[in-house]
Design a protein around this ligand. Structure first.
Ligand SMILES: Nc1ncnc2c1ncn2[C@@H]1O[C@H](COP(=O)(O)OP(=O)(O)OP(=O)(O)O)[C@@H](O)[C@H]1O
Ligand SMILES: [Mg+2]
Length: 271
């Protein structure tokens, strides 16, 4: 099996000011290792603040790392690449562009011709159920709709490595379920590599080939669970015995880390 991304001993620390105004070093990722296979759907679960977005930002070329080695397709990670696409925790749409024009951004960078660009953008907008909003501006949409535009935009771009940072967190429950199945359908059609961050155990299990569970900060991969559920996956699978068994296993591993993160936050508040 080919390795798409290999991260070894990655460290990332930020200089921050504590509440007394003193400079401090906040180590976020410490000896972080992760392999992502070509074509796999891998999710990361971990407590808030453990470094999930930090790692995705590094992979997307938006942030630096201090130490370690990251390879994409065996090459040292390049900051600029047309090969990766990211859906952010917040929507990151350009407010001065219409919905359709937002969808075209990546295609413009790739120098796809205007007519083809429009066609692709319209197709993906249809896929997220927003065809009738093509000519509106982001501020005219609800939060959930904006996030669907952001998802459609990255899908339209068709990157080989798709980085998704809690892409469905802002969606209502019904839309979220529809989008999960839609994303699986798109992924199953062309099997691009997806790295997906979520706080939802069920979502991670439903979507993924493997789920990586991170420790509380400083963030490392604690364990990786294989999700041996048959594909294509459907909503019904959530009620299967096997799904429940995996959920218990994942929660068992995650629970301690969530508690550690919460205790740390409380200790800081009491100082
Ligand atoms: N640019 C930055 N400067 C200073 N600190 C930062 C910066 N980016 C992230 N951090 C800190 O690094 C830690 C990890 O942040 P990160 O956004 O990676 O967490 P996360 O795992 O994505 O959490 P969440 O689940 O809440 O999104 C946090 O304590 C955050 O405050
Ligand atoms: Mg985050």
């Amino acid at each position: 099996m080919t390795i798409k991304v290999r991260a070894r001993q990655v460290n990332r620390a930020f200089q921050v000011k504590n509440d007394l105004g003193k400079k401090e070093i906040l180590t976020v990722l410490n000896h972080f290792d992760l392999d992502i296979q070509e074509g796999e759907f891998l999710s990361i679960l971990g407590p808030s603040g453990c470094g999930k977005s930090t790692f995705l930002n590094i992979l997307a070329g938006l942030d630096d790392y201090d130490q370690g080695d990251i390879r994409v397709d065996q090459e040292v990670l390049q900051k600029r690449s047309f090969d990766r696409g990211m859906v952010f925790q917040s929507y990151a749409l350009l407010p001065w562009r219409t919905v359709l024009e937002n969808l075209e951004i990546g295609l413009e960078i790739r120098r796809v011709r205007k007519k083809e660009r429009r066609e692709i953008a319209r197709r993906y907008l249809g896929l997220v159920g927003l065809s009738s909003f093509a000519n509106q501006y982001p501020h005219q949409l609800s939060g959930g709709m904006r996030q669907r535009v952001a998802i459609a935009r990255v899908l339209a771009y068709q990157p080989n490595l798709l980085l998704m940072d809690e892409p469905f967190a802002a969606l209502d429950a019904q839309t979220r379920e529809t989008m999960q199945i839609e994303l699986l359908r798109i992924w199953e059609a062309d099997k691009k590599t997806i790295l997906f961050v979520t706080h939802s155990i069920d979502e991670a299990i439903l979507l993924s080939d493997r789920v990586a569970i991170m420790t509380a900060r400083t963030g490392q991969v604690k364990e990786i669970i294989d999700i041996d559920l048959p594909r294509p996956r459907t909503e019904e699978i959530r009620s299967s015995v096997e799904f429940t068994r995996i959920r218990q296993n994942v929660w068992g591993l995650l629970k301690d880390e969530v508690l550690k993160a919460q205790n740390y936050a409380r200790d800081c508040a009491e100082l």
